[in-house]
Design a protein around this ligand. Sequence first.
Ligand code: ATP
Length: 349
Amino acid sequence: MAGIRLDKVTKRWGDFVGVDTFSLDIPDAEFLVLLGPSGCGKTTTMRMIAGLETPTTGDLYIGDQRVNDLEPKDRDIAMVFQSYGLYPNMTVYENIRFPLKVRKVDPATHNDRVMQASAMVELDDFLHRRPAELSGGQRQRVALARAIVRKPTVFLMDEPLSNLDAKLRVSTRAQIKNLHSQLNTTTIYVTHDQIEAMTLADRVVVMNKGLVQQVGTPTDIYDTPANTFVAGFIGSPAMNLMEGKLEGGVFNGENVTIKGLTKKYSGPVTLGFRAEDAEIASKKAQIGSKVYSMELLGEATMVTMKAGGALVAVKAGKEYRSKIGDAISASVPPSICHLFDKSTGERIA
Ligand code: ATP
């Protein structure tokens, strides 16, 4: 078991900065998720931890050891990728045993270890099959078992669920979470899917353009986003964001007036609130607009209205119905509104 420490880790290619001064302590046994849009530097960060890329500057530690110059094979890390990377000519059993052979682990222990790892991912009945005879979900479980069998100090997982269909993604996600609770191995997991991040992580690192935007528990980043990027990235739908001016505790934007906000700050701001925190209202309406779209979710109805330039989603009751173009108004309690500096995007309150 081991923690990981990144100290101002930076990766440059020429003038382009892929990962910018990334510093973080990842304690032993943590499940850390790197989350962000395509190209934000998630995979590069993980490849540096694996030893497949060398940081341009900064230091990387696994446990107490500085590993910048350590070969990947000497890092005691097991990786699981989106493409399963199985050997097509080997059976499931042989695929799972392969890392033990390569590492010259005592052959007398192989069978027990393969059986234990395959049981953990419920592959006991498929050990004689070859990868071509398996479904995508089963192949990904072989890849997981092959990582587990080594008992490494760290797991690195790069979008391991993205080749699976929606239903399998949910069940394999639960299996990964369950495995982590059994094995307690430090895990770094890369995804651009915020639901995966929220459901799996002890802590989430939100990245954009090579820079860490926020590190926190899923609740932290959902309830207290550090800036408009995180606010606009987390949540489904993402937080509603509207531009306007704050003065004397009153926010004024196009089609919106919200009173009772902080009086400590005045100036141009971006105001944010979540769809589930607002309600369709005729009295005390703060946002007046027209229905732009309506989606039936089963347990609720998501109504989107257009207020000024912004689309604003409000979660209404499951019985709520209206037509596109109908007049509509909504209210939002000032106490749950988020305020961000309009020019920097940083959180104010
Ligand atoms: P995705 O979700 O699409 O995999 P990512 O967040 O994992 O994205 P990275 O693969 O880490 O992103 O890439 C970060 C940035 O670094 C990208 O803009 C990418 O084009 C760039 N990059 C990655 N590898 C190289 C390389 N070998 N040479 C130059 N630029 C690179």
